[in-house]
Design a protein around this ligand. Structure first.
Ligand SMILES: [Mn+2]
Length: 419
């Protein structure tokens, strides 16, 4: 019987976020998360006494800022070497040979496949042949798999490959290949990297992306880790093992039946305690999306700062330090068929104006011209990403419009500032 671990996309020391921009972020836990996940990978390999570990590219996020990143990786590889565990790896687009300006020798138990052509390593005592080729440059657009050799007869054959496969996975379509390309080689197992979501493409042969070992932002959610594989006469048995030390989750709160902000808060707390239980107490980084046509819309939109921070507070309460609310997006809308109050007078005029804008999306685009000067002067970080200001995006304008009415009503009709 052969046993091994399949991991990929470690992105070691990848800056998870621009942390200084986030209130209350567990900076140390986030900064070191990719290292802790690699330690977990090494510990799992040693615990299970596997024969070898496969790493299918993007070990590093790019060239090292200093040698510490390389030293840390080598130290974990030595730990495996001491346990008699070999490691096979290929370079991916992030750590392509041409990108890495620094390098270090790796311990003898580590085999790095060439980038010019596919290589094969035979482990005769195990009856295993591992085939692989790394990326020479970040953008490899040809089909690397096509050049891999056919299966060695009498061996368990494993292909190690960094690839966008058939595309359609939100990742650059590097080293594209089809499932038929991979099947045609007659291998038993294809260990793929590059796509950060775990995904099984085929059972026989077994073809899978293991996903990355540590989520890095709110688009890399849920448990992250590696696949453990055993192969005997009956074909591969595969199981997932989480390795992450902080987990990203997106919590969607449907506010449709909530009467006010406190009801939304209650619903959020229920969802969060479920999510904490599902994740067995692992620290969570949570993005909260509050949506729905709801009677609570006016309340939420009038004091967004208050409710965002009530959510943060509820997160801190529920998690006893294990929950960090990364961001709260309030995207509610008014319930259908409710007329705004105060339809007469100056407030009514403002609301009518906003209604007209809502009915005329083209009118909405005019602010782009109005804001052009402002946009030139704003620092870049305010214009980037999902948090940014995007007056050229009709969806962004429409979303902003929904919160402008209640906010104006609240500010103009009360003497006190937002508490
Ligand atoms: Mn990657």
């Amino acid at each position: 019987m052969v046993s091994f671990l399949h991991a990929a996309d470690l992105h070691l020391d990848s800056p998870l976020l621009k942390l200084e921009r986030y209130e209350g972020a567990p900076v140390e836990a986030l900064r070191s998360a990719t290292r802790r996940a690699l330690e977990n990978l090494a510990a799992l390999a040693v615990d299970r006494g596997v024969d070898f570990v496969l790493i299918a590219g993007d070990i590093y996020d790019g060239t090292w800022r200093d040698y510490n990143t390389g030293l840390f990786f080598a130290s974990q590889m030595s730990r495996l070497g001491e346990a008699g565990i070999q490691v096979f790896l290929v370079a991916g687009n992030h750590d392509a040979a041409s990108r890495m300006t620094r390098s270090l020798r790796l311990p003898e138990n580590v085999h790095r496949f060439p980038v010019e052509e596919p290589g094969t390593v035979r482990l005769d005592e195990l009856g295993v042949a591992v085939h692989g080729q790394g990326f020479a440059t970040p953008a490899v657009n040809r089909n690397l798999a096509a050049g891999y050799p056919p299966a060695l007869p009498g061996y368990v054959n494993i292909g190690l490959l960094h690839t966008g496969a058939m595309g359609g996975n939100h990742h650059a379509p590097y080293a594209p290949c089809t499932l038929d390309d991979l099947r045609s080689k007659g291998y038993d197992y294809w260990a793929l990297g590059h796509v950060h979501e775990r995904k099984v493409l085929s059972e026989r042969p077994f073809v899978a992306f293991s996903g990355n070992i540590q989520g890095r932002h709110a688009r890399e959610t849920g448990p992250k880790g590696c696949l453990s594989v055993t192969i005997d006469g009956a074909g591969p048995e595969v199981a997932f093992h989480p390795l992450d030390t902080i987990r990203w989750e997106v919590l969607r709160v449907d506010a449709a039946s909530c009467g006010d902000g406190f009801a939304v808060l209650d619903r959020f707390q229920d969802l969060l305690s479920d999510r904490l239980a599902e994740n067995g107490g692992l620290p969570l980084a949570v993005r909260v999306e509050i949506a729905g046509a709801t009677p609570a819309h006016g309340d939420l939109a009038a004091r967004p700062g208050r409710w965002v921070n009530e959510i943060r507070l509820a997160g801190a309460d529920a998690g006893a330090g294990r929950v960090w609310i990364e961001r709260v997006n309030i995207r509610t809308s008014p319930p259908p068929g409710i007329d705004p109050p105060d339809a007469d007078g100056p407030l009514g005029e403002i609301l009518t104006f906003l209604d007209d804008l809502r009915d005329d999306p083209k009118g909405l685009l005019d602010p782009e011209a109005l804001l052009a000067d402002l946009m030139k002067k704003l620092p870049r970080e305010l214009k980037e990403g999902e948090d940014g200001i995007h007056p050229d995006d009709p969806d962004w304008l429409a979303g902003t419009l929904e919160s402008v009415g209640p906010l104006l009503l609240e500010r103009l009709s009360s003497r006190k500032p937002d508490p």
